[in-house]
Design a binder for this molecule. Structure first.
Ligand code: SF4
Length: 379
């Protein structure tokens, strides 16, 4: 079976206040060492999985800020990837970009390397909100990035927008959404700001210098945003993912439906031929282990019960929901064995959960409160 390939590029120019992804401040010399280690990891992965699977179905380079990567080093790694695995022409190939580091030259090089789906972390068009998030780009960078993307002939790209920020009013969000719709991205990630532990945002919220919005206001913002996106022709296919028909992110859909994916780079996660594992979230340790010819992997110790919960969580967040039969084949157990049946019955009765044609999914009302429903079903 083909698998999705994810690369975690672990460098950023600065650290955004809300971000808990693994990253280090960009350092050109460390980047060279990282790519050397990545090549060893790719070789070892080909040896480990080559006998079973060599065809890649999608590529996604995230991070971190992959826009900062040295094009020669990236090209060298891709050349190796194409030599060791089957990479069919024209497969979905995404790369995340920060608008402040996007240039025509970078986007041209990415295209030459096979990228056909850049995504842009726009987040907001309000300078004061970008500052609060410690993002280094400005609204003009976002517009310029999308202009260049269109001018260079990309027909598919994505943009991210955040809601539920301290000090964000509904007027600010509706202006942000309208500005984004004007740029006409085929794909939009519209997601709620969450306070992750050990971030600057968490410290500021704890100290009282920032106040997160009331959950009811956030819910109202989400509902309003969804309605506006639907009106503009975007279809919600997952709680935070909206696309024009045919532009759904195939790579992310692999995560949600339990297909195989291989993650390379520090902190990347994988699910391959029934095994789950994650890489060490430390670039120096990653380089050190690979320099000794060892895969930088931490084996996953989660049991079947945890994996069933994860499948239920991911499945219910998508518009397709959970296919009962696929679930039973995958785990050898039914969905019912892992959910609170009393809560389930209540949610079906209230119309938040729809149970039909061997599929369990959330209704429009249900998807707006997906996290709460999931929490009650699998606690
Ligand atoms: S650019 Fe992205 S990965 Fe880097 S700190 Fe900001 S949110 Fe995190």
């Amino acid at each position: 079976m083909p698998f999705g390939l994810y690369l975690h590029f672990p460098f950023c120019r600065n650290k955004c206040s809300y971000c808990d992804f693994y990253k280090e401040l960009y350092d050109a010399r460390l980047e060279v060492r990282f790519f050397e280690a990545l090549k060893i990891e790719t070789e070892l992965a080909a040896m480990a999985f080559g006998p079973f699977d060599r065809e890649i179905s999608t590529i996604f380079i995230g991070g971190g800020t992959p826009t900062l990567s040295n094009p020669d080093l990236l090209a060298g790694w891709l050349e190796q990837l194409r030599r060791l695995f089957i990479v069919p022409d024209g497969i979905e190939f995404s790369i995340e970009n920060n608008p402040d580091s996007v240039t025509a030259e970078k986007l041209t090089t990415f295209r030459q390397l096979g990228v056909n789906r850049p995504t842009f972390g726009i987040q907001s068009f309000k300078p004061q909100l970008l500052q609060l998030l410690n993002r280094k780009h400005n609204p003009a960078d976002s517009a310029r990035s999308v202009y260049l993307t269109n001018a260079l002939g990309y027909t598919n790209f994505g943009a991210d927008l955040i809601f539920g920020l301290p000090r964000q009013t509904s007027k600010m969000l509706s202006e942000d959404i309208d500005e984004l719709i004007d740029l006409d991205p085929p794909h939009i990630s519209f997601y709620q700001l969450t306070v992750e532990p050990h971030t600057t945002l968490a410290e500021r919220v704890q100290s009282g210098s920032l106040v997160m919005p009331d959950p009811d206001l956030s819910l109202a913002l989400y509902r309003g945003g969804c309605a506006r996106l639907a009106e503009a022709g975007y279809i919600r296919y997952e709680v935070s993912s909206f696309a024009k028909p045919g532009f759904e992110c195939r790579h992310n859909m692999r995560y949600w439906d339990g297909s195989d994916y291989l993650g390379l780079g520090p902190s990347a996660h994988s699910f391959m031929i029934g095994q789950r594992f994650a890489n060490v979230p430390d670039v120096e340790q990653y380089i050190h282990l690979l320099s000794q010819g060892r895969r930088p992997v931490i084996a996953d110790v989660s049991g079947i019960a945890e994996r069933m919960v994860e499948a239920i969580m991911l499945g219910l967040r998508t518009s397709k929901g959970i296919d009962r039969q696929r679930f039973a084949v995958r785990f050898g157990r039914s969905v019912e064995e892992r959910i609170d049946l009393r809560q389930y019955g209540l949610f079906v009765k209230s119309g938040h959960v729809i149970d039909e044609n061997e599929t369990i999914r959330l209704s429009d009302d249900g998807i707006c409160v997906a996290d709460e429903i999931i929490r009650r079903l699998v606690n």
